[in-house]
Design a binder for this molecule. Structure first.
Ligand code: BYC
Length: 328
């Protein structure tokens, strides 16, 4: 959207009502809001909240899997895992970049994360106990991420939507590698099979929680859907994910740890058991199995990386000075 379509008088007087009407019409017509377009303050704040949380999830999400890089069982598996973990860092960069188009500074967002004032996904507060967890994360966590993020490619905010297109392509590769890894284990020795099943048992329910609280408790969904930031509710996406996973688990030869999973002919969906929302709330409050460890490791990595930021800033300043000398 550009203000080009606004009558000059409205642009000059900054007529709020007119701008709001234009904004709402653009969103309703499935148009894209771009950084220089006018937008309501609450829309901007919602995007900053969601994109920052998403970016933080990507970089904190590097930790559980990076834990296994040095112990990958073969060179091939190590190379794949390193590529995947590096991809997550890249996703963080695209997303911090998208957040910056909304007028916030990434250093400020990182400070908020480190101070516990901005969230990251609950899922990354669980430990990776065995090699099979790398497979379960790829299959279930990346699978849930894709289910949630494909609709975000149609988000009303242009820079976020465009970042999501590339992220989703990479997430598809991540999901495939996890599925293939689990398939190999599930068709390996008895011990490997047991390891794969144990990983699925531990990651299944936290993966369902990734979609956020149930619709009737989701504070932001209604407004975010009206603004076409979110295209589907948390429960809709969770159901979609369950429907995708049930046949995939069957192909893997692994069991999903839910005795209440049943095909519901009438609904045309799989019914599933109750989620332990108390556990979810505990993780959000900082009391998950790895919350402290994840944040502490993030802060250490940030502090240890200070010299890289300083060197990059010094290089940029030197380059700028040289260009000024040449120009002037
Ligand atoms: N964890 O009103 P609601 C990935 C919070 S994948 C923590 O429904 P909204 C990756 C929520 O922030 C993971 N907090 O919120 C994959 C809100 O709190 P505040 C990241 C959660 O925003 C593999 C409150 O609960 N993906 O990155 O409408 C490897 C009420 O919720 C969670 C994204 O971030 C949660 N699971 O909907 C590496 C996708 N769920 O802010 C990396 C983009 C909810 O009021 N984000 N909360 O204090 C979204 O799609 C939406 O933000 C959500 C939540 C569906 C997550």
């Amino acid at each position: 959207m550009t203000t080009a379509r606004m009558p000059d008088a409205a642009v000059e007087t900054g007529d709020e009502d007119f701008r709001l009407t234009e904004f709402e019409a653009e969103v309703a017509a499935d148009g894209r809001i771009e950084p220089r377009d006018w937008m309501p303050d609450a829309y901007r704040a919602t995007l900053v909240r969601q994109i920052a949380q998403h970016a933080h999830s990507e970089i904190i999400g590097m930790q559980p899997e990076a834990n296994w890089i040095t112990r990958a069982p073969s060179l091939r598996r190590k190379a794949i895992l390193m590529a995947k973990v590096q991809d997550e860092a890249g996703h963080g960069l695209y997303l911090y970049g998208a957040a910056e188009t909304l007028g916030v500074d990434r250093a400020e967002l990182l400070d908020k994360l480190h101070a516990g004032r901005q969230r990251y996904s609950s899922i990354f507060n669980y430990p990776t106990l065995t090699w099979a967890d790398v497979g379960a994360i790829g299959w279930l966590v990346d699978g849930a991420a894709i289910t949630n993020q494909v609709p975000l490619c149609r988000c009303s905010y242009g820079p976020y939507a465009r970042a999501m297109v590339r992220i989703c392509k990479e997430e598809s590769f991540h999901q495939r590698q996890g599925y293939e890894l689990l398939y190999a284990l599930a068709h390996g020795t008895q011990a490997q099979r047991a390891m794969a099943q144990d990983a699925v048992d531990r990651w299944w329910w936290p993966s369902l929680m990734m979609f956020g609280p149930p619709d009737d408790e989701s504070a932001h969904s209604a407004q975010s859907m009206a603004w076409r930031i979110k295209r589907h509710s948390n429960d809709e996406l969770r159901q979609r994910f369950v429907d995708i996973c049930v046949p995939q688990a069957e192909s893997l030869g692994l069991r999903l740890p839910d005795p209440e999973l049943r095909w519901n002919e009438e609904r045309g969906h799989w019914d599933f058991g109750a989620i332990d929302w108390t556990e979810f709330q505990q993780v959000l409050r900082g009391n998950g199995p790895c919350n402290e460890q994840r944040l502490a490791q993030r802060v250490t990595a940030h502090e240890e990386g200070a010299w890289v930021r300083e060197a990059a800033a010094a290089y940029a300043a030197k380059h700028r000075d040289e260009q000024e000398v040449m120009a002037g």
